[in-house]
Design a protein around this ligand. Sequence first.
Ligand SMILES: [Zn+2]
Length: 382
Amino acid sequence: MANGTGNGGLLGEFAVTGRFDGGNPQRSSDIVKVDEATFDVFPYSEDGDDNYMFRADVRVCSSHREPRPVTLRFEWRAWRAERYMDLRDTFFCRHEEGEWKLVRGRVEGNVTTLTLVIPPGETEVSMNAGYNYERLQTYVRSLRGNPDASARIIGFSEESRNIWCLTLTDGNVPDGGKRKLMAIGRVHPYETASSYCIEAMVNYLLGGDPRAKELMSKFVFHFIPMPNPDGVYNGLCKLTKENGLDFSHGNILASKDKAGKTLLSFARVAKPDYVLDVHSLMDREYDQVGSSDERLLGRFMNLMPDQADVGRRWTILKQRGREALGPKEKRTDYGFTSFCVEELGATKFVLGFSWFGRSFDKMEKTAIKALNALASAIMGVG
Ligand SMILES: [Zn+2]
């Protein structure tokens, strides 16, 4: 301070960290500073499953006084990391709450190299556009006071994070004749597109559009936007924790996981007629759709055919016959939606959308279109 120039006399530097809500990798030993402007980053996977290892969320902080280039080398150490490396070339990047922009890296072997010009301050670099626990909490708070929405905590995760349910319906219409639709998103924590889809659906239903008002008068919607807050917060890809629950492919009855128990208890009381499970996936060509009711699926597909405008076709998720599966507690695979179908008699509907070819606006519109198509299909079939 003696020379009166404050920090101005110091040379700037870069720091890269994943130690924050939604960061990956969170262990500081997984981010190695190679030289002043080069960092090796080893994205973390709790189980090494390359099919879900699409999470990398770091902050690049710069104390330089002007934009400077920095090189990030992401080295994926999954079981068969190289299998999906062609999908690990594009990242989302944003500077201090600005707009997310796409950046393209260079892929060689199991390494993606990104060279970015980083402005002074903090820049987020994410494989899938960030959406963390705090963002969900902020969003929930923003709905307080809305007469058609009630937000409540239905239980807690292992690490005592909130599991929220947003119940949406037209309070002036008696609930008696309404269909009950429960929608869950983001059971797999890397799948941030599903969070943006759920938010878009909720905003649409509360937005006052005549069609949305009609849906609100005919349905009670229970949205569970983040059933796996620990996985989201801790930067995981698929599970609730190391050796934790996979809501889709694990056995939710046999698991002791608190988040799983919370969902089961809530579903038993809410008794949904329909359960919508929104995922996202990494695929350049396909989105995913599936249902336990083939007639409903057929009607949905007529109303929402292949999304050709973004070069995308549906792939249909096969449903298995339940008679061949054996006792529920012993199955390797008895997920939340299977529970809703078998235990509660609900109809399940699964959607999976990919970021490739989609802007945020397109993703929102896709989600709203899917909600409308599903509601129409239900009203037509039901
Ligand atoms: Zn998923």
